[in-house]
Design a protein around this ligand. Structure first.
Ligand SMILES: Cc1cc2nc3c(=O)[nH]c(=O)nc-3n(C[C@H](O)[C@H](O)[C@H](O)COP(=O)(O)OP(=O)(O)OC[C@H]3O[C@@H](n4cnc5c(N)ncnc54)[C@H](O)[C@@H]3O)c2cc1C
Length: 388
């Protein structure tokens, strides 16, 4: 049993680091304010730069333009990028979540039409799953899709949709049949953002960003060919997608975020007039320990995935530990730096507000604890829906 990455994976990581040293503007975060047109253009440029370098979608099969990267190379890539503070680009949802769905469940026409522009960084997609009454309990979604000849007519309301107000298209779950089991009768559809009847409004966040949107479908007509897989089979398809969302790659990204926080906080404290006393050393020591535990857990998750296990119970433990430690680290940081760290313009401001949503997105901390209590401790399942 080894808790180290293989030497070939480490060499691959070195190649990525060398490329980053040449390509990445280290001051980009100071230069571009999130959600501004300049920031969006910079992120799009980054997607194109990744494509030109051959890093567009390393884990896709080579027949679709990927590099057939192993699970280990895939996480090394995500980890090195996150540690360098590289932008994520706007293509990440499509590359990581939609593309595997199209490859496994889409038809040839869908793959041919959508995979090349996603790879080249020319098509931004948003994920339209959550609704006002369907977040943790996603299967309660109410947006409908009604078959009308060779078209599907969509009506409903999506919320918390990342990247939506500047996206080109949305992959969404809609209800195409009302059956006894609420997971049945859901379909996975592809919706152009400029289709008549689609309207999108930004949600202003507390930290000044506007990364999220509400999306309204008002009798939106899409060809029936925009359904991925069979009509009514969307829940099974969505589960493939969620598997990628909860896998080792995201675990390494989150552990890199914790590491980043510790390093930046240490630098901020050294640069400030805060006395590096026992209290500060205790706080930073605890954070560094949290980072090392997060990194080890990511390796465990990678190991179990390499053995062919789906990210299941272990991924709930990893997601809970990492997102809560990251959030807690930013609270500790605030105590150490003082209240001024929450003023706009202070580096801690963005860190502090960025860590909170991570405890909600991709399954909230309560949901992860429910999964752990039920599946690992064998306690009866809770009475509220949403943990399957
Ligand atoms: C930054 C961010 C980005 C997001 N991006 C997207 C996106 O691109 N596309 C998309 O579709 N969605 C997105 N979401 C939405 C996200 O998936 C939901 O917020 C999440 O699933 C929780 O749903 P909810 O907000 O409706 O809260 P609810 O499900 O209503 O939960 C409310 C509270 O009740 C708790 N709770 C719920 N069920 C249980 C239970 N069974 N047991 C115990 N406690 C429970 C929750 O933990 C929470 O504290 C994003 C969210 C965030 C924060």
């Amino acid at each position: 049993m080894s808790f180290r990455l293989s030497s070939s994976a480490r060499q691959f990581g070195d190649r990525v680091r060398r490329w980053l040293a040449e390509e990445l503007d280290p001051a980009w975060q100071q230069r571009y304010q999130p959600s501004t047109p300049e920031w969006i253009e910079f992120q799009r440029d980054w997607d194109r730069a990744l494509y030109r370098a051959g890093w567009g979608a390393i884990f896709w099969p080579s027949e679709f333009g990927g590099l057939d990267a192993t699970a280990e190379e895939r996480v090394v890539f995500a980890k090195v990028m996150a540690e360098a503070g590289a932008p994520e680009g706007l293509g990440k949802l499509a590359k990581r979540l939609l593309a595997p769905v199209l490859i496994h469940h889409g038809d040839a026409a869908q793959r041919e039409r959508y995979l090349p522009p996603i790879l080249r960084g020319e098509m931004v997609w948003a994920q339209g799953f959550s609704e006002p009454e369907a977040g943790s309990d996603l299967a309660s979604l109410r947006t409908t899709g009604t078959v009308d000849g060779d078209q599907l007519v969509l009506s409903g309301h999506k919320i918390w949709t990342s990247h939506a107000w500047y996206c080109d298209a949305i992959f969404a779950l809609v209800r195409t049949a009302r059956l006894q089991r609420k997971q049945a009768g859901i379909s996975f559809v592809l919706v152009p953002a400029d289709a008549p009847g689609v309207s999108i409004s930004k949600i202003q966040q507390i930290d000044g960003r506007a990364e999220l949107s509400e999306v309204f479908f008002d009798d939106v007509r899409i060809p029936i060919g925009n359904v991925v897989g069979a009509l009514g089979d969307g829940w099974r398809i969505a589960k493939t997608l969620l598997r990628y969302e909860r896998g080792a790659e995201m675990a390494f990204v989150r552990s890199a975020e914790i590491r980043h926080s510790v390093r930046e906080l240490t630098a901020d404290l050294s640069a400030s007039r805060v006395n590096i006393d026992d209290r500060v050393r205790q706080g930073l020591g605890r954070l560094e320990a949290a980072y090392l535990a997060a990194e080890l857990n990511s390796l465990r998750l990678l190991g179990s995935q390499a053995d062919g296990d789906p990210p299941g119970d272990l991924s709930a433990v990893v997601k809970l530990q990492q997102s809560e430690e990251w959030r807690r680290g930013t609270v500790d940081g605030l105590h150490l730096l003082g209240g001024g760290a929450l003023s706009r313009g202070h580096r801690h401001f963005g860190r502090y507000f960025h860590a909170r949503p991570a405890t909600i997105a991709s399954g909230s901390s309560e949901i992860q604890r429910e999964i752990i209590a039920h599946r690992l401790l064998g306690l009866p399942a809770g009475t509220r829906a949403g943990t399957t």
